[in-house]
Structures are given as structure tokens and as C-alpha cells.
Design a binder for this molecule. Structure first.
Ligand code: ATP
Ligand code: MG
Length: 395
């Protein structure tokens, strides 16, 4: 069928034609935004889930809700090797300028800029491009201790007070939170703690891999009282069918039952895969009825495409030792596996696996769903590993 009219949207953060199965989470976000705006206490939300389940799409949707509700928003994406301070500073600067331009009495936005200046001074890194236009004097002693766990909370409070003075609210949205270090995450938690204690109109909405709640809890034991960690998972069979059928029907195209069952069997309801199968099935369909045969033809196109893009980019970042470890997990089949069983497969002692395991968690490839267990963060990665390395030999 006409590829130009294809409604499906496989891609990182690409909004799906229909955001299926996320009403409860969006309702929770709506309540959170409503409460913070009137300075009522509410836990901040950190969405967690595997790769490709739709965290970024949800975060963007929540940003839209926040804007509709009159919030000023900033959207940040954490990176593997980029420190938090220099990452957020330009966003804080723009926002403080924005607040300063809103008419009203008081000078808290200007004070915020001075606090930001002192925060940057304490980072002791090159920050020339960030300070452009920031020709204010630093506010001595405000966020310049050099200890992020002290300085970041002060910066957040200064920003939130500026928003309060201008009778507005701020939503800070951060994607890929697991890339921050323990120390940075700790500082962020402390910042939100201070903001909440003072009942200021600033909310944090984040997203990250399933290792996030553990990282947060390890960093600050009170994290669970400040944050909720909604689990964003695969869609149910019914939701998966809706995600494919509704956008197609809007263009007078129908998926038949067996076609839908086959897509669910292959994708297990993972949103990114649903979009891929939907997209290829549409393009390959000779008529406006998508049959099992069409889906089977699409599978022959989708699997190599996934292998080349979605899976391969992750695979290529691994060392041979890491690949071997992951291949051993794949050998054990889908789902989570005991570290002891992985060690047995590899023919080594459990204790020797510590370093490779830690590196793979850092790279966001695996996580521990329960103590002593390991699982892939990328859905269906086990099947890919077997395609990529067909034969497994313990060393
Ligand atoms: N509720 C949904 N229904 C249907 N499709 C969805 C849904 N949510 C997301 N998608 C689709 O899934 C794909 C992945 O979404 P997104 O990039 O938001 O995932 P993610 O969880 O952020 O992944 P990653 O961890 O790799 O960043 C996109 O193609 C998007 O259109
Ligand atoms: Mg994402």
C-alpha cells in the first residue's frame, strides 16, 4: 500500500499514531501536575522500562500536558559521559531569562541567574558558551561549594522560587536518567527533596531503564518516598491489536485476526516492534486487507532491519568479553536468569563475573530485576544474540 500514507512510526521517540494503553499513567501525570501547581505535595514520577517501550514518547506527551496546564518546561536527555552540571545549565539559564521577562514585582529570577553564575563558577570547567549573556555577578555562597549535593538543591530552589514569584510552575523532564552517576542522581534527589519541603512549584518527571529505582534507592534511601516509579511495559494482546488496528482502520485498511495474533506472537507487545511490523506490513500489503501472509512477508523484512539497526548499534558497543557473557545469557533462553546459572554456562566462578556484569549494567545492556538475577534491557535481545553468534562455546 501507499508508503506515503503509512501511519506507523517506528523510531526513537517517534510519536505513535495512537498512544495505546497509557491512560492510567497520563492520568497520574495530570494529577501530579495539577497538585504541584497549587503547591500540594505529590511524588515526582520517574518512568522506568526496557528499551523501546515508549518512555520518551510518554515523557513528551507529559510535557505537552504540562504546557497546556501553564507550566514552563525544560526537556533534557542525559548522556553516558556528560556531567549533569554543564548539561542542565543552559536550560536553566534560558528558563531564568524567560521568567525574568514575565512582568511582575520582585527580583528572584535575577537572583536565580546570579545563583546559576556561582553554580557554574564552582564547576571549574570550561563553560564559556553557557555564560554568554550571563553578565551578572555570582551570588557568593549560594551554589558554589563545589559539592553537587549542596549546590544543585540550591540552584533548583532558586529557580523554583523565581517561578513562584512569577506565579507560574516549572516541569523539569529528564530522559535516560540511568546515565547519571550515583552522585549526580543523589544530588538530583536532594534537590527535589528540598523543593518539596519548601512546597515550591517545580516538578521532576524522568524516564530511564529498570535499573533506575535501584540506583535511586542506593543513592538516597528516602528516594522511594519522593518518587514513584511507574513501570512502563509491553502492551497486552488486546492493546497491541488496537495499536495496529485503529490507525489502519482510520485509512480504511484492516488487519485480520490471524495477522494480529502473529504480530503479537513475534513482538510480545513491545511498542517499538509493533510499529516496525505495522509499518512493513502496510508497505507490503497488496490490498487494504492485511493478512497473515502479509505479516509473514513483513517478518522477513523486519528481522534483518531490526538486526541492522535496533540491535546492532548496541551490539557494536560491546567488547568480545561482554558479547560472550551476553551470549551465555541468551543460551539460557528468554527471561531473567540467576548469575550462578550464567557462570555455570560460562564455566567460571560467579565471583569472576563482577566486572563484566558491572560494565554491562553501566552500558545499559542488562539489569537486575531481583537480587542475583540478570536480564536484558532490550526486548528480544536473546533471540538477536543467537542470530548474531549462532554457536556458543564456553571458554
Ligand atoms: N503506547 C504506544 N502504543 C503504540 N506505539 C508506541 C507506544 N509507545 C511508544 N510507541 C512506539 O514505540 C517506539 C519507541 O518509543 P520510545 O522511543 O518512546 O521508547 P523508549 O522507551 O524511550 O525507548 P529507549 O529506551 O530506547 O529510549 C516508537 O516507535 C513509538 O512510536
Ligand atoms: Mg527513549
Amino acid at each position: 500500500m501507499n508508503p506515503i500514507k503509512n501511519p506507523f512510526s517506528p523510531g526513537a521517540g517517534a510519536p505513535p499514531p495512537e498512544l495505546v494503553g497509557r491512560d492510567a499513567i497520563l492520568e497520574q501525570a495530570r494529577i501530579l501536575l495539577g497538585r504541584v501547581k497549587i503547591k500540594r505535595p505529590e511524588k515526582s514520577m520517574l518512568l522506568t522500562g526496557l528499551r523501546g517501550v515508549g518512555k520518551t514518547v510518554l515523557l513528551n506527551e507529559i510535557e505537552r500536558l504540562a504546557k497546556d496546564d501553564g507550566y514552563h518546561t525544560i526537556v533534557i536527555e542525559a548522556h553516558e559521559n556528560k556531567p549533569l552540571g554543564p548539561l542542565i545549565a543552559p536550560y536553566f539559564r534560558s528558563l531564568l531569562f524567560e521568567l525574568d521577562r514575565i512582568a511582575g514585582a520582585g527580583d528572584k529570577a535575577k537572583r536565580g541567574l546570579r545563583v546559576l553564575r556561582s553554580f557554574l563558577g564552582a564547576l571549574k570547567i570550561s563553560y564559556n558558551d553557557i555564560t554568554i549573556g550571563l553578565d551578572v555577578d555570582p551570588e557568593q555562597g549560594s551554589a558554589d561549594s563545589g559539592d553537587l549535593e549542596i549546590d544543585l538543591p540550591n540552584l533548583f530552589v532558586a529557580l523554583a522560587e523565581a517561578a513562584e514569584e512569577r506565579q507560574t510552575a516549572i516541569a523539569v523532564l529528564i530522559d535516560e536518567l540511568q546515565y547519571f552517576s550515583q552522585k549526580e542522581l543523589g544530588a538530583l534527589i536532594m534537590a527535589m527533596h528540598k523543593v518539596q519541603q519548601r512546597q515550591l512549584p517545580l516538578v521532576l518527571l524522568g524516564a530511564g531503564l529498570p535499573i533506575l529505582p535501584g540506583m535511586a534507592g542506593e543513592s538516597k534511601s528516602y528516594a522511594e518516598r519522593l518518587f514513584s516509579f511507574p513501570d512502563i511495559g509491553a502492551l497486552t494482546e488486546e492493546e497491541s491489536a488496537k495499536a495496529l488496528r485503529d490507525p489502519a482502520l482510520a485509512a480504511d485498511v484492516d488487519f485480520d485476526e490471524m495477522a494480529l495474533e502473529e504480530v503479537y506472537r513475534l513482538t510480545k507487545g513491545y511498542p517499538y516492534f509493533l510499529q516496525e511490523w505495522g509499518y512493513q506490513s502496510w508497505n507490503l500489503a497488496p490490498t487494504n486487507s492485511i493478512t497473515l501472509q502479509v505479516v509473514q512477508n513483513a517478518t522477513a523484512t523486519v528481522i534483518p532491519r531490526l538486526d541492522l539497526n535496533f540491535f546492532r548499534v548496541r551490539f557494536d558497543r560491546l567488547t568480545p568479553g561482554e558479547k560472550h557473557f551476553l551470549r551465555a545469557i541468551a543460551e539460557l533462553g528468554p527471561g531473567a536468569h540467576r548469575t550462578g546459572d550464567i557462570a555455570d554456562k560460562l564455566g567460571v566462578k560467579v565471583t569472576s563475573l563482577g566486572p563484566v556484569r558491572a560494565k554491562l549494567i553501566k552500558k545499559g545492556m542488562v539489569y537486575s530485576p531481583a537480587h542475583g538475577d540478570m536480564a536484558f534491557t532490550v526486548p528480544l535481545f536473546d533471540e538477536f544474540m543467537i542470530r548474531a553468534i549462532p554457536e556458543f562455546h564456553p571458554k
